[in-house]
Design a protein around this ligand. Structure first.
Ligand code: APR
Length: 228
């Protein structure tokens, strides 16, 4: 079975109603995301950071996967599909994708502040001060903050190197190390980029750019691949 590896970013969830980082000018409630989504912000202003993620988790309970998420799940009928997402939402899983690797963490999970291997599902939308792990320490959002290590990047790079087909959807490729994954993909591998504002990727061979929104471009691409 041919292996398709798919790198997704905020753009695939835009048509579900979740604003992308760059569309909102990188702002949330007048705060720069880079100033809220950091460990320093958590130390200096934990209430602001906790509220930032509670508000995003609350919104997640009100949105649904869109046609792009569902099309990627359908791709599993014929291919071995591995999704690598920068998104912290669970829309790929809710659409039925079975192999999803989250590079930047998961909004619906929380983890211990003394033992990062202790990860828990957040019940409902609100994580509160006083919610503790089994070792008694405060839980934090299970998110990779700016400046923190991206522990899943090694397995993501290995998966990218094994791709027969590589698809990039809805990411500005601004943030590393995620943006560097395409360089692990074999030169001979057919690559697709779905993004209405896609800019050329100099030096990347066998690349087909689809300047469409994910909700339109991804189902069309999936139908084409399923018909191969
Ligand atoms: N369909 C497809 N792509 C879209 C759509 C859409 N409907 N709407 C916007 N886009 C594209 C934009 O053109 C842009 O290239 O989605 C991309 C969104 O880029 P960003 O907002 O930078 O989001 P992303 O690339 O996922 O950011 C990467 O940066 O903020 C950090 O950790 C955060 O995971 C995030 C990382």
């Amino acid at each position: 079975m041919q292996k398709i590896v798919i790198l997704t970013g905020a753009g695939i969830s835009a048509e579900s109603g979740i604003r992308t980082f760059r569309d909102s000018g990188g702002l949330w409630e007048e705060h720069r995301v880079e100033d809220v989504a950091t460990f320093d912000a958590w130390l200096n202003n934990p209430i602001l950071v906790m509220d930032f993620y509670n508000q995003r988790r609350k919104q997640l309970l009100e949105v649904e996967p869109n046609a792009a998420h569902h099309a990627l799940a359908k791709l599993e009928e014929r291919f071995d599909v591995q999704i690598i997402t920068q998104n912290v939402d669970d829309l790929h899983e809710r659409a039925g994708s079975s192999k999803v690797l989250h590079l930047h963490g998961e909004l619906k999970k929380a983890r211990s502040t003394v033992d990062e291997s202790l990860v828990y599902d957040v019940q409902g939308w609100e994580l509160k001060f006083g919610d503790t792990c089994e070792k008694g320490s405060q839980l934090r959002p299970h998110i990779v903050w700016f400046g923190e290590a991206v522990p899943m990047i090694e397995p993501a790079a290995e998966l990218s190197a094994e791709a027969d087909i590589f698809i990039v959807i809805g990411t500005s490729l601004n943030v590393y190390p995620a943006a560097g994954l395409i360089n692990y993909v074999p030169v001979s591998c057919m690559k697709y980029l779905v993004d209405p504002n896609a800019s050329p990727l100099p030096g990347i061979r066998n690349l087909s750019i689809i300047r469409e929104k994910a909700g339109t471009g991804v189902p069309e691409l999936v139908e084409k691949l399923l018909a191969l």
